[in-house]
Write a protein that binds this ligand. Structure first.
Ligand SMILES: C[S@@+](CC[C@H](N)C(=O)[O-])C[C@H]1O[C@@H](n2cnc3c(N)ncnc32)[C@H](O)[C@@H]1O
Length: 368
């Protein structure tokens, strides 16, 4: 007891009051999250867009056909969301109007712009009842004695893993479809930026396999920017059977744990964070078998978060939250450079280079 009281000095009055306010913020941030979900479910970003880009709370009540009695409540929700940076606002006299900012623009439906990928499903899929319940069960999960390989809190609680084409629909088919749409929205966001920033990485390549390339959105963006690259997309048979036969990309149904179609380079974009280290090594071993030597231009291109504080506290916090999302819902994780190096070397690669930082993510080239 004596040691403990010596270790923590009593805070000053000012520190105590600040600590109390910080505790409120950290305990209640879920209300910001739920207000965001509410705004998305009501369609507020789309309503502001359709009204012409600026809307008063009365405009929103009218546009969304809400009861007039809800007006003061909606104003309170919007005030929190403006303060949290989700919408922008202008005031003149007593009148406050709301505008979209880059974040809420991502939540507008029906925008026809090259770099727009509506993130509504990302918000809704990360905030399903199932995922929130899994997060609420974290302490129970820690206390339980379990043999490795440990199930995620989601799997432990619900009895099936998330993202499993066979098992997740048995729990809730609607959840499974929403999660796939949320994942696609998340993965397709900023593809244009990634292509522009990574132009040099693909230049000179003759062929490329997009491993776990889903419906081919990334592969099509690559062939658009680099028409000479012969692109193949590898994914599971149930995904490939619904892929568009576009005549541009060669769709291959298969299992990356068994083999990856040979090509000069293999792309793993936003794949490995879904898997634990042992599985990442197995996947990378198959990728290494699919490519020629470094001298012949063989490389694996990985687009993933490289955890670290160098991009500033906001980006780092976003990276850490995505790590927690993986921890609660999957067996995967986000990795720092040391973690990446370790799995590259275990998979038999000789070298790697982080060639770009694109937002919170890095583009890593890994050489045989
Ligand atoms: C997170 S998504 C990949 C995102 C995609 N690379 C992108 O950037 O848009 C994961 C994909 O991996 C596929 N997948 C899962 N297990 C696989 C396996 N064993 N072999 C091939 N594809 C697999 C899933 O069907 C899904 O399309």
């Amino acid at each position: 007891m004596a040691a403990a009281s010596q270790a923590v000095q009593a805070p000053t009055d000012a520190e105590l009051l600040q600590a109390q306010a910080d505790l409120w913020r950290h305990s209640l941030y879920y209300l910001t999250t739920m207000s965001l979900k509410c705004a998305v479910q009501l369609g507020i970003p789309t309503a502001i867009h359709n009204i012409g880009g600026t809307a008063s709370v009365q405009d929103l009540v009218t546009k969304l056909s809400l009861s007039q009695t809800k007006l003061p409540f909606l104003r309170r929700v919007m005030r929190l969301l403006v303060t949290s940076g989700i919408f922008a606002s202008d005031s003149s006299g007593d009148m406050e109007t709301y505008r979209l900012n880059p974040l809420s623009w991502l939540l507008v439906e029906g925008v026809d712009a090259e770099d727009h990928s509506n993130q509504k499903c990302f918000v809704l899929s990360t905030l399903t009842r199932h995922s929130v319940e899994a997060a609420l069960s974290l302490a129970e999960w820690f206390k339980k004695d379990m043999e490795p390989p440990l199930p995620s809190p989601f799997e432990e609680l619900h009895g099936v893993p998330l993202f499993d084409h066979e098992k997740t629909p048995l729990l809730d088919n609607e959840l499974h479809n929403l999660v796939l749409q949320g994942c696609a929205a998340h993965d397709n966001l900023a593809i244009g930026t990634l292509m522009r920033e990574s132009h040099d990485i693909f230049r000179g390549l003759q062929s490329l396999t997009d491993c776990c390339g889903g419906d081919g959105t990334t592969a099509r963006a690559i062939t658009k920017a680099h028409p000479h690259i012969k692109c193949a997309v590898l994914d599971l048979p149930e995904v490939i059977k619904t892929a568009p036969a576009d005549g541009v990309v060669n769709y291959v149904a298969g299992d990356m744990f068994k083999s990856v179609p040979p090509s000069q380079a293999v792309l793993l974009k936003l794949v490995l964070h879904h898997w634990n280290d042992e599985d990442c090594v197995k996947i990378l071993v198959q990728c290494r078998k699919a490519i020629p030597s470094k001298e012949e231009g063989g490389k694996v291109i990985i687009v993933e978060i490289v955890l670290g504080p160098t991009l500033g506290p906001v980006m780092f916090e976003a990276q850490l939250l995505l790590d927690m999302l993986m921890m609660v819902n999957t067996k995967g994780r986000q990795r720092d450079e040391n973690d990446w190096r370790e799995i590259f070397m275990k998979a038999g690669f000789s070298d790697y280079k982080i060639v770009k930082k694109v937002g919170a993510r890095g583009v890593i080239e890994v050489y045989p």
